[in-house]
Design a protein around this ligand. Structure first.
Ligand code: NAD
Length: 359
């Protein structure tokens, strides 16, 4: 079976890091018979410069027809003055919406060699392996009514609505429980059920769904406590499932435990098992084209793609092990290099991963 992939490099370091991810895909195709059909298209600022829109129809069609999308990053200072409707970041929202990507998966894992890079003590972070599952298409970011209204007496009112239907909660719960079943079997659902009725419903539905997963243990935590526990004792968490806004904040907090955004992948999944895979970092315009970008987050995004959309768990593990190997062997790009350590370029790091895959 041939897997169709849409490759959207985007802006800034996007093309630099996606080129390295493609080397890994090429190696898997050559050595493991992985049948791939790759097609590239512009997105973000590059697409705007090309065609006047950050998500051209042709790019969206390619993404729709693909089994999975690999995205680099979008954005940059040259597009910041554009109208909001054609800003590069609009492409991400468009892709999420059009592809129905309702589940955002953000792993935060600390590689032993890099435990010292975290702002927290190495003994607190070494060994953490957390998967934040964030609901991505509902909640307060999309709820109606919304907006700013004139009250007529010189005052204005800003309104947003936190709304969740039970089926929206059910499907994100199922994603979290399925993933936990393949990990250490624990789900912590984060809400604010003591104050917000919509998350009281969230908690109830989580409980209902959990009855279908006897092998997975469900616990609940209020979001304020979760924010605290993530820095106090992060190793207590396995899978964390939460609403759109809480997930936005907690997944960034969890990523900072690891000390390097150059290493963190992400996946956004839809109901059909398709997904978009991208590093969590931005387009880093300050280092674009200089060979300083760390390609590992993108390469680890390829591993997530193999696992969650292409049903190639074994190859996913090979890629993850290859990344661990190169880090253990001392390969470092500038963002993760300690004083006096040899700094590899983007291309050298990608090449090292391919060599480790083949070694
Ligand atoms: P950023 O993540 O691009 O960069 C923050 C810092 O981290 C910079 O110093 C950068 O050099 C460094 N960095 C990021 N990725 C790196 C990598 N792989 N290797 C080495 N160093 C890396 O965040 P920013 O500077 O706030 O944003 C830059 C642009 O990216 C903006 O236009 C922003 O809107 C956009 N952005 C895009 C996405 C996305 O495409 N998903 C996400 C966040 C920001």
């Amino acid at each position: 079976m041939t897997h169709k992939l849409a490759i959207l490099p985007g802006d800034g370091i996007g093309p630099d890091i996606v080129a390295e991810a493609r080397k890994v895909l090429d190696a898997l195709a050559a050595d493991h018979g992985l049948a791939l059909e790759l097609e590239e298209a512009p997105v973000g600022g590059a697409a705007y410069d090309d065609s006047g829109h950050p998500l051209p129809d042709a790019t969206l069609e390619l993404a729709r027809a693909a089994d999975a999308v690999l995205l680099g990053a979008v954005g940059g200072p040259q597009w910041e003055a554009l109208d909001y409707s054609v800003r590069p970041e609009r492409a991400l929202l468009g892709l999420r919406k059009e592809l129905g990507l309702f589940a955002n998966l953000r792993p935060a894992q600390v590689f032993p060699e890099l435990a010292g890079a975290s702002a927290l003590k190495p003994e607190v972070v070494s060994g953490i392996d957390i998967m934040v599952v964030r609901e991505l298409t509902g909640g307060i970011y999309f709820g109606e009514p919304r907006g700013v209204e004139e009250l007529g007496d010189g005052r204005r009112r800003g309104v947003n609505t936190l709304v969740y239907d039970s089926d929206e909660i059910e499907r994100i719960a199922q994603v979290a429980f399925d993933i936990a079943g393949k990990r250490s079997g624990r789900v912590c659902s984060v809400d604010k059920a003591n104050v917000l009725e919509s998350t009281e419903l969230w908690r109830e539905v989580m409980e209902q769904v959990s009855t279908g997963y006897p092998g997975v243990e469900l616990s609940h935590m209020y979001v304020d406590n979760a924010a605290m526990q993530l820095v106090r004792e992060p190793k207590q968490f396995d899978v964390v499932v939460t609403t759109n806004m809480f997930g936005d904040i907690l997944s960034d907090e969890a990523s900072m435990l690891t000390g390097s955004i150059g290493l963190l992948p992400s996946a956004s999944l839809n109901q059909e098992g398709g997904g978009m895979y991208e590093p969590i970092h931005g387009s880093a315009p300050d280092i674009a084209g200089t060979g300083q970008a760390n390609p590992l987050a993108t390469i680890l995004s390829v591993a997530m793609m193999l696992r969650y959309s292409l049903d190639q768990g074994e190859l996913a593990e090979r890629v993850e092990q290859a990344v661990s190997r190169v880090l253990a062997d001392g390969w470092r790009t500038a963002d993760i290099a300690g004083a006096g350590e040899r700094v590899a370029s983007t291309g050298e790091m990608g090449g090292a991963v391919v060599a480790a895959l083949r070694g």
